[in-house]
Design a protein around this ligand. Sequence first.
Ligand code: GLN
Length: 192
Amino acid sequence: MPTIGVLALQGDVREHVRMLQEAGASAAAVRRPAELDAVDGLVIPGGESTTMWKLAETFDMLQPLRMRIKEGMPAYGSCAGMIMLADRIEDGAAGQQTIGGIDMVVRRNAFGRQVDSFESDLDFAGDRVHAVFIRAPWVESVGGDVEVLGRCEPGDRIVAVRQGPLLATSFHPELTGDTRVHRYFVDMLREL
Ligand code: GLN
């Protein structure tokens, strides 16, 4: 059984831990480099990417995270976690940095004020899922190695992607009780 960490600097950590356990993985909160060393994969939760970035620097986690991603550790980021996995961001805070890994441009708070938070049914990797968006980013553009797994109205925007061992969604499957996205990630770990 793979052990999957949930980055626990900030955000909805407990919900991801529960979903990973329901999806058949063993889950552990990760705050320190030694805890990161001990996991087979990592979930980066929703929350606030600016705060997450600053805390990652404060806790000396940014470089270790970049290193493990570079070495091929599987990771899944939802919402703020998607922003953290993007190589480039638009509308970031001044100086905002990411962990990176997925060759994409992600626009923060992209859906705008009128649809600040909304729910929508969409196709994720061939499964119909109910998706919850909360001040969500969308993917503005992707490089050639990135597979688009899901799109959403308004605008047919890219909201789910995969590049090798890295998965990201603009939405929050951890808030729906539907474990399929987490199962998809656990299956990815088993295949790799
Ligand atoms: N808007 C947040 C950010 O920029 C993301 C929101 C979320 O994770 N629900 O980090």
